[in-house]
Design a protein. Structure first.
Length: 238
């Protein structure tokens, strides 16, 4: 029977910017050095400040074609956590429709460590602009890989890339519908607003673990938000 991934999102801290906090209470995480409560506090702090648009990428990367973007590939030999465990972390290059960079961090043994961008993490195929890529460009998002079929074969299971989009896939299936962290006033004549994830923290699971946690910070002109995601491999029961 096929495996599938269950993604549970807890969007428990949503704050209205510059209009006083409207935040759902969050549980205490006093035993954790960094966790959901930490991200919730960052969201509350951001709500008290003026909105700052996330850093934009160079114009030449925004105007590349779909085929040019597909020629930019993450070097899987650079996957994080590939030394042990059931999960590997792979990074996504900005460009094409991914016009903003997000900050990525790992959490290992309670310690937060920033993932620094480097062009050496990617190959650029036939593209001629590799030498123009800024060394501090940042990432469009990330993929979580998991060995669905064979122990040494890591397959994409979950993707976060662009705005607040994310999607998961089961063994033997293809990626389908995409979820969104938050959409505001959709379909209203006043105009729609789509907040962005601006930073993520990914908690490294234990070597034998079949689930992992990650946290996201959401921001827009109107609101901020803190998210916790639990990603678990499960065997369906009927």
């Amino acid at each position: 029977m096929d495996n599938f991934f269950r993604v549970v999102a807890r969007a428990a801290s949503r704050c209205v910017r510059r209009s006083g906090h409207v935040c759902v209470p969050t549980p205490s995480e006093a035993k954790e050095v960094f966790g959901f409560e930490s991200v919730s506090q960052l969201a509350k702090k951001a709500a008290d400040e003026a909105f700052r648009a996330p850093p934009s990428i160079p114009d030449f990367l925004k105007t590349i074609s779909y085929d040019e973007y597909r020629d930019i590939r993450f070097d899987v030999k650079e996957s994080l956590w590939k030394d042990r465990g059931n999960f590997q972390l792979q990074l996504i290059h900005p460009g094409f429709v991914f016009g903003n960079a997000v900050r990525l961090n790992t959490i290992e043994e309670g310690t937060v460590k920033r993932i620094n961008f480097s062009p050496n993490l990617f190959t650029y195929g036939r593209n001629k602009f590799a030498d123009k890529i800024p060394s501090d460009l940042g990432f469009a998002g990330f993929r979580i890989a998991y060995p669905f079929n064979q122990r040494e074969e890591f397959n994409h299971a979950l993707v976060f890339a662009g705005a607040s989009y994310f999607r998961a896939v089961a063994k033997g299936e293809v990626f389908g519908l995409t979820g969104r962290g938050l959409a505001i006033d959709t379909g209203l004549p006043s105009g729609e607003e789509f907040p962005l994830f601006t930073e993520f923290w990914l908690e490294r699971p234990a070597p034998a673990a079949r689930q992992m946690k990650l946290y996201g910070l959401l921001d827009s002109a109107s609101v901020t938000g803190a998210y916790a995601f639990t990603v678990a491999r499960e065997i369906p029961r009927f």
